[in-house]
Design a protein around this ligand. Structure first.
Ligand code: SPV
Ligand code: MG
Length: 359
């Protein structure tokens, strides 16, 4: 999508679905940003991110509920699908723990694939999961059970495009590096297209250690939310392929809206915030208003004016310039002849007929 134009048309299969594998094949980090609605997805795309992360945390927060498997698969799918329809870059969907067992995962895969999602991520937590940064209960699923979900996901997909990311929560749950590596290898062998190693410390060290010890060709995904000082370039040099900035749009929005609302109430007017909030023109642009104007000129105005410029048989002989007067003249003549209803032909060659009651 060009930066200047936002199309309103939504493709039935999102164009980004095929792009993710191409991006993975290139050198360097693939960087994607979290979103919870099409507007956020477009902001990520316009900023230059390679793709969009349909974040469970963002979506649940935007609905005012905790990120603990409260929302259903259908609710999260509806959002992921709306993101995929709004951008050309790939959408990677956070699918929590897969919404149940391997049966649920297979159904999930077919639905997300049909929605044009490029990749799904499922994590090796027990249902219901708890967001990885919430202290307390972080229960892991048995390795075998989760491998079954990965194998089921790969068996269920109908196109070669969809990627299945297996997310390892061993470091989050405090099970240690050996367990994280053991799980990652098992998931890769079960067919995962990539593994996501998640961590919640402020140091990137555990992630760098995982990357150093990762021996398989399966690409590794990272989420540098808490260990944010490391750059994506450094992560890529250490062996990571996909870097997810999972929730920064949501958090930026919360701060900006909170400050703006406080300022308006404090000043009793909006003057103080006008220079720091987006102008309405930007809102219209992000909505796709430019495309709608083009479509209006192409599909609405010409057809409406064609319908208005009616041709009444005999009009060419009448020395009347005003179409309304001509119509009046003709219909009066028809009425005098006892005809109460007349069909007006369009000026187009195609003989569209517009029935019009002149009685
Ligand atoms: C999400 O964005 O919902 C994630 C990433 O799963 S995190 O919140 O970092 O666990
Ligand atoms: Mg999540």
């Amino acid at each position: 999508m060009s930066a200047a134009t936002t199309e309103t048309n939504q493709a039935s299969v999102a164009p980004g679905a095929r792009r993710l594998r191409e991006l993975f094949a290139r050198p360097g980090a693939v960087r994607i940003a979290g979103a919870h609605n099409p507007l956020g997805a477009r902001l990520a795309e316009r900023a230059g991110f390679d793709g969009v992360w349909s974040s469970g945390l963002e979506v649940s927060a935007s609905q005012g509920v905790p990120d603990t498997d409260i929302l259903s698969m259908s609710e999260l799918l509806a959002v992921a699908s709306s993101l995929a329809g709004a951008v050309r870059v790939p959408v990677v969907a956070d699918c929590d723990a897969g919404y149940g067992n391997a049966h649920n995962v297979m159904n999930m895969i077919r639905r997300y694939e049909a929605a044009g999602i490029a990749a799904v991520s499922i994590e090796d937590k027990r249902f219901p999961k708890v967001n990885s940064f919430i202290p307390g209960r972080q229960e892991l699923a048995p390795v075998g059970e989760f491998c079954g979900k990965i194998a089921a996901a790969k068996a269920a997909q109908r196109t070669p495009d969809l990627m299945v990311i297996a997310r390892i929560e061993a470091l989050i749950a405090g099970w240690g590096m050996d367990e994280a590596l053991r799980r990652g290898e098992a998931y890769a062998q079960a067919g995962a297209d990539a593994v996501l190693i998640h961590a919640k410390g402020s140091s990137p060290e555990p992630i760098l250690q995982f990357l150093a010890e990762w021996r398989l060709p399966t690409p590794v995904v990272v989420v540098p939310t808490t260990y944010h000082t490391i750059t994506a370039t450094e992560l890529a040099e250490a062996g990571a392929k996909l870097v997810i900035y999972a929730n920064h749009g949501l958090r930026a929005g919360i701060t900006a809206v909170t400050d703006t609302f406080a300022s308006i109430l404090r000043d009793d007017r909006t003057t103080g915030v006008e220079s720091s909030i987006a102008p309405l023109a930007t809102v219209f642009d992000l909505q796709g208003m430019a495309a709608q104007k083009r479509h209006e000129a192409e599909f609405i105005t010409p057809f409406e004016s064609r319908a208005r410029s009616v041709v009444v048989p005999g009009a060419a002989d009448a020395p009347v310039e005003d179409a309304a007067a001509l119509l009046d003249h003709q219909t009066s003549a028809l009425r005098r002849s006892g005809i109460e209803s007349v069909s007006l032909a369009t000026s187009a060659d195609a003989p569209a007929r517009l029935p019009q009651d002149v009685a």
